[in-house]
Design a protein. Structure first.
Length: 203
């Protein structure tokens, strides 16, 4: 019997078939979970819809995670579609290319704020919306990277944002643990993804 049969998983941040989010989606699907997806910008829809079809997902929504209103709207739609959810996957991070070049000390205030908002705060906002949809407990998973712990050339503000993300995971786990909701971060090694392509010298 599939260990996730009857479980419902909502995955934010799917970009293409080389995304870590897609690998997670495939594993969840293979174990019997029912999936829903959210993507960041309209241009990604044409990539995401065929992937959703491959795993039988009919819930696919765009979400600008810098907007609390859009996040709330997607979770309201998820509640109407699924009733409850068991798993939330947060696979979202962004920094302007210009902030990943040159010296970290030259990071702009706006670039810092944007990277923190999209890459770290969005997890907090999503966890707040997801928790009421997990009345029997659940699992919230996000993605980090080695650059949160050590200096990685050309990772700059993203490394700091990932460090903030990891700290947020610990605080969210403390808040939501008594509700039976686990919060964890996966720190994967270097993988050739769309996000990695934006880091100079990654190849």
């Amino acid at each position: 019997m599939s260990i996730l049969a009857g479980k419902k998983a909502l995955i934010f941040g799917l970009a293409n078939n080389r995304s870590i989010a897609w690998g997670i989606a495939q594993a969840l699907h293979e174990q019997g979970a029912e999936l829903g997806f959210s993507y960041a910008i309209p241009q990604l829809e044409k990539r995401v819809l065929p992937l959703a079809e491959q795993v039988g997902a009919t819930f696919v929504e765009k979400c600008d995670v810098t907007s609390d209103e859009e996040i709330a709207e997607v979770f309201a739609k998820a509640k109407a579609h699924f009733g409850t959810i068991d798993i939330l996957v947060h696979a979202i991070a962004f920094a302007q290319q210009s902030e990943l070049e040159g010296r970290f000390v030259d990071t702009s205030r706006a670039g810092w704020a944007q990277a923190m908002d999209i890459s770290a705060y969005s997890l907090v906002a999503m966890a707040r919306e997801a928790a009421p949809l997990m009345p029997d407990g659940g699992s919230i998973i996000t993605l980090s990277y080695y650059g949160a712990e050590k200096v990685v050339p050309h990772y700059n503000v993203m490394g700091v944002a990932k460090a903030a993300l990891e700290a947020s995971v610990r605080y969210l786990a403390a808040d939501l643990g008594p509700m039976g909701i686990r919060v964890n971060a996966i720190s994967a090694g270097p993988i050739k993804t769309l996000a990695a392509a934006g880091i100079a010298g990654f190849r």
